[in-house]
Design a protein around this ligand. Structure first.
Ligand SMILES: [Ca+2]
Length: 174
């Protein structure tokens, strides 16, 4: 199909668009109803050249976290209350595109303040094309130390150059 004014590749240089002839063309042709003469074809394809460095930003907190710098969350009580919250964060490349497929994300908490739940502490980015990168959520349970302070650390590692981008989120557990 060809729309008027649409760009076309005039591979046979006759100055016009030609409809296909319905015959298979390719080097695997072995019959008489096809041709081993190759034919120029093209297709549109999106290629994202992601940067190795990342933009990592916390976008929301939930559960028993109180927003601020540091974030605060009550410490847990052994044999009593277990306090937990969530951190939502976004990872994108330096141009707002997805990070390359295979980029790994690790989320860890300093032992003094608590722990990141095992099901949310690592992630590998798959093949993506949407602008704005990837938004993920990590679960945190506070430790039993009253008045502890430390960081939740998000580590983003690119798959090619192994470039590491870190985000430190200060947390205190009054
Ligand atoms: Ca032509």
């Amino acid at each position: 199909m060809h729309d008027p004014a649409e760009y076309f590749l005039d591979f046979n240089k006759n100055g016009m668009w030609d409809a296909g002839d319905g015959t298979f063309k390719g080097i695997t042709c072995s019959g008489t109803s096809c041709s081993t003469t190759t034919l120029a074809i093209n297709a549109s394809h999106l290629i994202i050249m992601s940067t190795a460095g990342a933009n990592v930003a916390m976008t929301a907190v939930g559960g028993q976290f109180t927003a601020g710098n540091p974030l605060t969350i009550p410490h847990s009580v052994s044999g009593g209350a277990t306090n937990s919250g969530t951190i939502t964060y976004n990872v994108r490349d330096l141009n707002g595109n997805p990070m390359a497929a295979g980029t790994t994300i690790a989320v860890a908490a300093d032992q003094a303040i608590g722990a990141i739940s095992a099901s949310t502490n690592s992630w590998t980015i798959g093949c993506r094309e949407a602008l704005g990168g990837e938004t993920l959520t990590a679960g945190f349970t506070s430790g039993t130390n009253a008045g502890a302070s430390g960081n939740i650390t998000i580590t983003v590692t690119s798959p090619g150059t192994r470039t590491v981008t870190l985000l430190f989120i200060p947390v205190s557990t009054p």
